[in-house]
Design a protein around this ligand. Sequence first.
Ligand code: CP
Length: 334
Amino acid sequence: MDLFNDLADFSPEQIEELLTLARRLDEQPEPRALQGKVLALLFLSPSLRTLASFQAAMVRLGGGAFVISPDMSIHGLETRPGIVMDGAAAEHIREAVPVIASYGDAIGIRAFAERRNLDHDVADREFAEFRKLVNKPMINMESAINHPCQSLADWKTMDDLGMPRNGGRFVLSWAYHPKALPLAVPSAAVHMACMRGMDVTVLRPEGFELPEPIMAKAHDAANASGGSLRESDDRREAMEGAHVIYAKSWSSTRHYGDRIADEKLRRDLVDWCVDEPWFDNAADDCRFMHCLPVRRGVVVADRILDGPRSVVIQEARNRMLGQMAVLHRMLGRA
Ligand code: CP
């Protein structure tokens, strides 16, 4: 494997193999599997889980990792193409990325969306440009439109819980947040659940529809797996018999790139905070999932996050295990 960028690049059977490996590495550690290997990690935006879990994964497999981020003592990084660099930034990403990659055996890059132009972000153009700069194995640690490591962990979490595949009901719900957030996690989550064969409902207020190409891709995955996909703005109807609700906030796609219009639209949606009444007609043991970080009392009520429905800590731990499997395949002996 020389690129881990999108679960859609793999068959469901290949994902199963990765998850089997993740479980094996958890139960039967291989502390020398990646001895002498180095993973370069470039973070162009903040992180807790991704930052920690990739380093922990490399150490557990006997390798090492180093981290570069703009808030470290590095030269100011310019990311805009074709710019005359007569401002504060002293180094361009076009040199920085291949230099950082040259110190490692593989590189992981996190780069959030610009959130100015929907087509640009949906096409994931920035990540594609990074790929051209690197001649080593590469991992998407979250880009404008994808978060494959999160999705791999989420798939494993549902398997661990014995959550049904075909016939399993998965609700991806928009939730209130004061800021317009990227589309990466909801886009990755909807595709993952469709690929896993679940009956998926995207529950969102009007103006927050997921982009058409993302829905079309997820529909294809559902058709191939025997799952299904629909959208709704009716909470009660969407939650009927749900086995899992995956909450996440994202930007208004109607007003993408227009902060003022987005704010106006979301202002009246503060009641999109997941709480116990949401589960009235769900399956009895319906679970709550979220990629974290999460704002308590804004996205979800404390009693849900602290109660038996929540599996957010398991999801976060599965980040490390899933990534160990990816790194083992990418850098281990064949
Ligand atoms: N879920 C996730 O990617 O968390 P971080 O932003 O903390 O890495």
